[in-house]
Design a protein around this ligand. Structure first.
Ligand code: CUA
Length: 157
């Protein structure tokens, strides 16, 4: 087969497209935190997700364990209102969250988005060094009441 300029250009274009694809995948992968563990979404009652909400683990250190579900963040409160968590300023919270149905996500204020997939535990530690109300939302479209998936962390003096 004769190598014509057309073939050379086509090969070059293929190379460029493949490199760009690989590079964008690498960037996405690097931005997505690795899951902190796995959990059976059908058996959350037999897992650490039996106990939800704020759990003190030390001096101003907490775990905030949540289950994302259609369509709210379950922090162990009664369903009906958005999740509300209160902590004193200077606290450090490790959010531990999974989904019991579809893919959701969690973004606290302007912190990086956590992808929440059934079967996986997502985790993120945030220090709250200023007082105020820090909203959190699901940023991943998960169904008709996706917009209802919200809550707030209230940091008190
Ligand atoms: Cu859950 Cu969007």
């Amino acid at each position: 087969m004769r190598i014509t300029p057309h073939i050379v250009i086509a090969l070059l274009l293929c190379g460029i497209i493949m490199s760009a694809t690989i590079a964008s995948l690498a960037v996405q992968y690097a931005r997505t935190p690795l899951p902190a563990g796995r959990v059976d979404p059908m058996r959350l009652n037999n897992s650490e997700f039996r106990q939800l909400g704020l759990i003190a683990t030390g001096n101003q250190q907490y775990i905030l364990r949540m289950i994302a579900k259609e369509w709210f963040f379950d922090v162990g409160q009664r369903r009906g209102g958005p999740a509300t968590i209160s902590i004193p300023v200077g606290s450090r919270i490790t959010i531990v969250v999974t989904s019991m149905d579809v893919i959701h996500s969690l973004q606290v204020a302007t912190h990086p988005v956590l992808l929440i997939r059934p079967g996986f535990i997502a985790q993120q530690t945030i220090a709250f060094d200023t007082t105020g109300t820090f909203p959190f939302i699901c940023t991943y479209y998960c169904g008709p009441q996706h917009d209802a998936m919200r809550g707030s962390i209230i940091v008190t003096p």
